[in-house]
Design a protein around this ligand. Sequence first.
Ligand SMILES: Cc1cc2nc3c(=O)[nH]c(=O)nc-3n(C[C@H](O)[C@H](O)[C@H](O)COP(=O)(O)OP(=O)(O)OC[C@H]3O[C@@H](n4cnc5c(N)ncnc54)[C@H](O)[C@@H]3O)c2cc1C
Length: 379
Amino acid sequence: MAEIYDETHELFRASFRAFVEAEMAPRREEWESEGITDRSVYAAAGRHGFTGMAIPEEYGGGGVDDFRFNAVISEELARAGLGGAGLGLTLHNDVTTPYFLEYCNEEQSRRWLPGIASGELITAIAMTEPGTGSDLASIATTAVRDGDEYVVNGAKTFITNGINSDLVITVCRTGEGRGGLSLIILERGMEGFERGRNLDKIGQHSADTAELFFSDVRVPVANRLGEEGKGLEYLAFNLAQERLSLAVYGLAASRSALDWTVEYVKERSAFGQSVASFQNTKFVLAEVATEVEVTTSFINDCMIEHNEGGLGSTQAAMAKLWASELQGRTLDRCLQLFGGYGYMSEYPIGPAYADARITRIYGGTSEIMKTIISKDVLG
Ligand SMILES: Cc1cc2nc3c(=O)[nH]c(=O)nc-3n(C[C@H](O)[C@H](O)[C@H](O)COP(=O)(O)OP(=O)(O)OC[C@H]3O[C@@H](n4cnc5c(N)ncnc54)[C@H](O)[C@@H]3O)c2cc1C
């Protein structure tokens, strides 16, 4: 298989792995029990160049727009079993930063990009509402123009970084129909902007997933990203990278599960022989390894196309659908080979199994991915 990483990526990997081992992995259990990752980890990551890699140097970023660096971060987080603690960091780099890069005007760039690059301004994106998730056109949070301000009312739910975030890209209704959505940045501390519960989930316990409430929040028009009414168009553009990011994580989590399982079955014995010696174990691992290898080729192609600006929405949907389904299947099959220990939190496979369940749902469900793909297939 063609190698897509060069020496620069491998140096970056070594440096991020050291950061994970020193600053993140030792605090995993603490964050899992608290239901949130300490926000100081973002600024620490920023100091080492692990946030804002794509942000131009003049705004304090790394100045290199190469998605492979983002992928290296995902792979290392998956390897360390940090699916929950790492979620906010990958969201910040892979999902939200591109909106700021693409749509900020000069004044907004000066105001926000340095903090995003340094990890001192943590970001989130709020699309989902209690009444609508998959169907973005039904978003009901309103932003009504009043002079130089919008008055925002409504509620969002399931928002990653919901508690930690300082800047929230909030999808608001500024007009009727599909052309009536706009992206407005709500900032920590604005009057009438309240955080609700940090939601209790079955996995990704270190990730803060929260409700947000807006009650007559007065937001300067200068906080709107891009043009009014272009929200859905902007979302469609950026969702390709969000889906690729989830696909990369799904594949990385599958590869990590395979590695953990190979190590475990060689050490564990049953009926006087190693678990690795059973034909079932060999066949399961052969199938998983094959699927991981074949998927790697496709995801690598997607990354190269994305770097060259050519990743289409259908291909991104295929990558997300395939890799998240692979992740679910792989984690389930690998956990089975751990027996009862697979169900215990002390081995990474158990928490990674629970963490995996969401990837078929967020960023667009598998059913929505199939809907997008089928439109292309049927023409
Ligand atoms: C841990 C977590 C983190 C999240 N982070 C964020 C975030 O940071 N920002 C954010 O905005 N959102 C976030 N979400 C929300 C997530 O993106 C939505 O939950 C997801 O898009 C599905 O929306 P829904 O929950 O409203 O389900 P629904 O849209 O109500 O779907 C319910 C079921 O119906 C199916 N369905 C819906 N429409 C169709 C259709 N046309 N054809 C066939 N089947 C269909 C779905 O596939 C699903 O199986 C997060 C969710 C979770 C759980």
